[in-house]
Structures are given as structure tokens and as C-alpha cells.
Design a protein around this ligand. Structure first.
Ligand code: MG
Length: 227
């Protein structure tokens, strides 16, 4: 099946926060948990999404929004796993916003999705500033990037509900100081849950899956209480 591509120019204005709130209401109505996955390029967002689709395929129906400056490379990988996916291409852009998210929601079967994973554009700055209507924000950092990133990009860490340290299988080869990183991340944001994972070997992913399933459960219970 051909992948649907939405190309969105930068002429879209509007109150982002208000639109994000409406997006979230729409997601709530369908009891869809939306998770905004943010990281620098190459940290492993797509690998995490593919592992999550595979790991939760018996337990949750997953849809995906792929944000990229160009190409459908990541969306093709997601589609090959059988998940509904919308690619948003943003020529010259560096983040997704609530207008783009609304267009993605218009093109997804929300009644058939429990968990919507949003792969934001690879960038540690702008994505943290634009709400999409997501319920949870996830910051993914890979070991080769270094343990000083919380000090350099504080907003990204301060706003995260979960921080995943990816490529943990490389720990023996790199000078990444896990306790120092944890101290810095917790100092910015004591409520964030920190996971150590390898999307290559699968190490640590069960804890991440359990966290997601608990959040999906919360969403379903909240949805029932509204009826
Ligand atoms: Mg990717």
C-alpha cells in the first residue's frame, strides 16, 4: 500500500497551545495514548518504535506519526511491521507542531489505536517547545552523545515524562558516566522515569513496555470514567 505523505510548508500559523489542547481532547475521546518521542538524529527513535510495535503487538494496537524533513524511509519500516502510519514531511522545518498533528490525526484510524507513537524531527531544541496534544513526552538519548546533554539541553529533559538511555550495549566502549547522567537528569526533573535500553539487543525494553502498558491502562480507565 502506498504511504500517505503530508507535506507541510511553514506558512501555517495559529495558536499552537490551543490546537494542541483540541488534539488531546480528540485523542482522549478515542482513549488513544499519544507519546511524543524526541531525540537528536541517530539516537534510535525509529528503532525504539519498531521494537515497541514488535514487543507490544499482542497487547496494544499501535499507530505511528513520523516527522521528518524529507523521505518516507522511517514510515516504510513502520508500515512493514503492519502498523498504521502517517509521514509528515516538513521541508526546512525542525519540529512537529499541533497543526501538523491535527492533519495526522485526520488521517489515522483513531478508533483502532490504543497507543500513538509520534517520532518527532531529530533535534534537541525546538521539539520541546511545541506541544502536539500528546499525553507523554519521551526523551531518548544514546550513549555516544555523552552524559552532559541534560546541562546543554535542559528544557528537553525538564519536560520529559520518561528518559531512555539507548545503546546501553556500548557502555563498555564509551566513557559515559551513568550515575553522573542520572544525577543531572533527576536534578532537572525528579519525576521522569529513567530507562536503560538497547534497541539493538532488546536489553531493558521490557521495563519500557511495562511503563507504556500501565499508561495505556490509565488512559482506558480514564476514558471509561468519562462515559
Ligand atoms: Mg527516525
Amino acid at each position: 500500500m502506498k504511504i500517505k505523505v503530508l507535506t507541510i510548508a511553514e506558512d501555517i500559523l495559529g495558536a499552537n497551545e490551543e490546537k494542541a489542547r483540541r488534539n488531546q481532547e480528540r485523542l482522549d475521546k478515542h482513549a488513544v495514548l499519544a507519546v511524543n518521542v524526541m531525540s537528536s538524529p541517530g539516537a534510535g527513535k525509529t528503532s525504539l518504535i519498531l521494537q515497541t510495535i514488535n514487543g507490544l503487538k499482542q497487547k496494544a494496537r499501535i499507530g505511528v506519526v513520523e516527522g521528518d524533513v524529507a523521505s518516507t524511509l522511517d514510515a516504510s519500516k513502520v508500515q512493514a511491521q503492519g502498523a498504521p502510519v502517517i509521514q509528515i514531511n516538513i521541508p526546512g522545518g525542525c519540529h512537529l507542531d499541533a497543526n501538523m498533528m491535527e492533519k495526522a490525526l485526520n488521517n489515522l484510524p483513531l478508533g483502532e489505536i490504543d497507543l500513538l507513537l509520534i517520532e518527532n524531527v531529530g533535534n534537541l531544541i525546538c521539539p520541546a517547545e511545541f506541544a502536539l496534544g500528546e499525553h507523554k513526552r519521551v526523551m531518548l538519548l544514546s550513549l555516544p552523545e555523552g552524559d552532559d546533554k541534560p546541562y546543554k539541553y535542559p528544557l528537553m529533559f525538564a519536560e520529559a515524562d520518561a528518559v531512555l538511555i539507548n545503546k546501553i550495549d556500548l557502555l563498555p566502549y564509551l566513557g559515559f558516566n551513568i550515575p553522573a547522567f542520572n544525577r543531572a537528569a533527576v536534578g532537572l526533573n525528579p519525576r521522569a522515569k529513567i530507562f536503560q535500553v538497547s534497541c539493538k539487543t532488546g536489553e531493558g525494553l521490557e521495563d519500557w513496555f511495562s511503563w507504556l502498558l500501565a499508561e495505556i491502562g490509565e488512559m482506558k480507565r480514564a476514558g471509561k470514567s468519562h462515559i
